[in-house]
Design a protein around this ligand. Sequence first.
Ligand code: NAD
Length: 249
Amino acid sequence: PLLLQDKVAIVTGGAGRNGLGYASARMMAAHGARVAILDLEQADPAAAAAELGPQHIGLVADVTNKASCVAAAGEVLKRLGRIDVLLNNAGITQPIKTLDITGANYDAVLDVNLRGTLYMSQAAIPAMREQKSGAIVCISSVSAQRGGGILGGPHYSAAKAGVLGLAKAMAREFGADNIRVNCITPGLIATDINKGKIPEDKRAAILDSIPLGCIGEPNDVAGCVVFLASDLSKYCTGITVDVNGGMLI
Ligand code: NAD
């Protein structure tokens, strides 16, 4: 059987065709999952899901809004019947420095990356609990581990570090319900979030700091998502998997 046969997976922020979420949705679909792609209205999640095939659905959902998350989870249950996998992928970053962070900057970045991970997990966990199984995968970042990445600001590092703590706490709390919660910490992956934003004069130094010598591709993260979403990782919970080309060695 396929790795995710008969499974239903939710992917937040999954509509961007060049993004980690869409690549993960596509790879989970290839392994047999029916996928619900959630994203903001302007990202047109229905069109993204239709591209994957008729068994998949796209829903407009803003992860910063609790009611929107609960409504989306309800719609997934109604139309796809269960929730086996939640990929908390929606995220935004702002390349600014500590002294420039305004309250609005802080709210925007913390709300999508951290509050969104909490709200969508709260929306999905009751169904997983009832099924006595579930896998939640949260996208953090190397920025959380090294105190600043290449493009994210300090508030982004803080939000992504918050995701690591939240995920571990949920892993502990819901282990008895057979709900596993794990994180991925991507390094620099070529997506719209950083497209055209790597200064040319810094490019060589950045590549030099990555032992594998190249920037990652969305599918490099998607492969890890499939591992953490499937029973291949059934004894893993509360772990963090680095997908960064060796940046932290
Ligand atoms: P992306 O910009 O293509 O994807 C982010 C998606 O989130 C978009 O589709 C966007 O519409 C959606 N989104 C934004 N706000 C939302 C909201 N309130 N509700 C629902 N959806 C919302 O960028 P990406 O690189 O694919 O990012 C995916 C995740 O990976 C993010 O959490 C990001 O922080 C993380 N990440 C990316 C990199 C990288 O180098 N690309 C590295 C580390 C971590």
